[in-house]
Design a protein around this ligand. Structure first.
Ligand code: PLP
Length: 357
């Protein structure tokens, strides 16, 4: 059974529009401390967001026993608050926990905690257009031991932050994306399809390198042939080729993105055909140059849909780069973004029950 205890409510935070992503936290945190041996009597506390004491020997800090989610709560057309496709995030969280040998709290506990937290924190959900409350559920191994192995004790958290535009240049500035065949983020049998710290750890070096070329994100290729597009460091990839939407298939090395899935499900209502098939980097570049590929975009909860304006390709060396430019107009990406944004805010109903209240 899940018990939920709540502290007194704190006032909401002040912020200027479009704060830097992930920096302005809502005043409350939900926390469950639990042991792998007892998942039956969980006590969730909603408490002030504050620093937590961690022993330097905590397992999560050394061996990355840490899984998380990222979802958004939107101010709805009628003034209420609703989370976008929370059920899919709950399912993915359980899959991540299971893969990392962690106890699985279950989708019901996850969703019950989210509902309580969302209602308690509802005043923090922004009213401004293009803003939302970004929810970060997290589960970490808490045992204090410097020896590789799964933890016996865990903490589950839900925290949140005010989200405006993800990219610093704003939502309308197309992204500059870096590609180098040497960079590998995930590989068959690895962790690419779950949300765990290790995937993001693997991307830190390439991302830092790409920033020296003024790029916003890295586009990763498959780890075996270094030729087929996987995804970006924190987003899935789409291209528009001959008027059809094409995205790499779910082969276990990329995240089954909720935004990716939603785009594929919305597309038929816009008379767009979709294909999930491998996309080779060489053919992508040739198709951009010949005009067959007219748009490429990144998609994810944080960035929603963000057009890619340039690919900066360094091939497999640390030598010179070549820049492949895409058309500046993105009619299909823009239409999809418009419908997705209206669906997230309850102006348009999605093909299913997509808003969790
Ligand atoms: C590596 C990676 N790929 C794709 C995505 C997009 O997934 P979603 O649309 O579920 O946010 C994310 C964001 O969570 C991500 O971190």
């Amino acid at each position: 059974m899940l018990q939920i205890r709540k502290s007194d409510k704190l006032p909401k935070v002040n912020y200027s529009p479009h704060p830097r992503f992930g920096t302005i936290f809502a005043p409350h945190l939900l926390r469950i401390n639990f042991s792998a041996e007892n998942l039956d009597d969980l006590v969730a506390e909603i408490i002030p967001f504050a620093r937590e004491p961690f022993a330097p020997s905590t397992i999560a800090l050394h061996y990355g026993q840490s899984v998380f989610e990222g979802l958004k709560v939107y101010r709805q057309q009628d003034g209420s608050v609703g989370a976008f496709r929370a059920d899919l995030h709950a399912t993915r969280f359980m899959k991540s926990a299971s893969r990392m040998a962690m106890p699985v709290i279950g989708e019901k506990v996850f969703l019950d905690c989210l509902r309580e937290y969302m209602n308690f924190e509802s005043e923090s959900v922004p009213f401004e257009p293009d803003h939302s409350l970004y929810i970060r559920p997290l589960q970490i191994g808490r045992d204090e031991i410097v020896k590789v192995g799964r933890s016996k004790n865990y903490t589950f958290y839900i925290m949140s932050s005010i989200a405006g535009s993800y990219f610093q240049g704003g939502a309308s500035k197309a992204a500059r994306v870096f590609v180098n065949r040497k960079f590998v983020r995930a590989f068959p049998g690895g962790l690419g399809e779950i949300k765990t710290a290790a995937n993001y750890a693997a991307s830190l070096g390439p991302q830092f390198y790409a920033e020296q070329f003024k790029c916003d994100q890295v586009l990763y290729l498959d780890a075996i042939r270094h030729e087929f597009i996987d995804e970006l460091g924190g987003m899935n990839f789409f291209m528009v080729k001959n008027g059809e939407l094409v995205t790499p298939p779910l082969t276990g090395t990329i995240l089954n993105g909720v935004t990716r899935k939603s785009i594929l499900e919305i597309a038929p209502s816009l008379n767009l055909r979709t294909r999930e098939e491998p996309i080779s980097l060489n053919s992508l570049i040739a198709d951009i140059n010949s005009g067959k590929v007219t748009e490429t975009f990144a998609c994810g909860t944080a960035a929603v849909i963000h057009s890619i304006g340039e690919l900066v390709v360094q091939d497999d060396s640390d030598g010179p780069t070549k820049t492949v430019k895409l058309p500046t107009e993105n009619p299909i990406g823009s239409r999809l973004l418009d419908v997705l944004k209206k669906t997230q805010r309850g102006f348009v109903k999605g093909p299913g029950n997509w808003i969790f209240r």
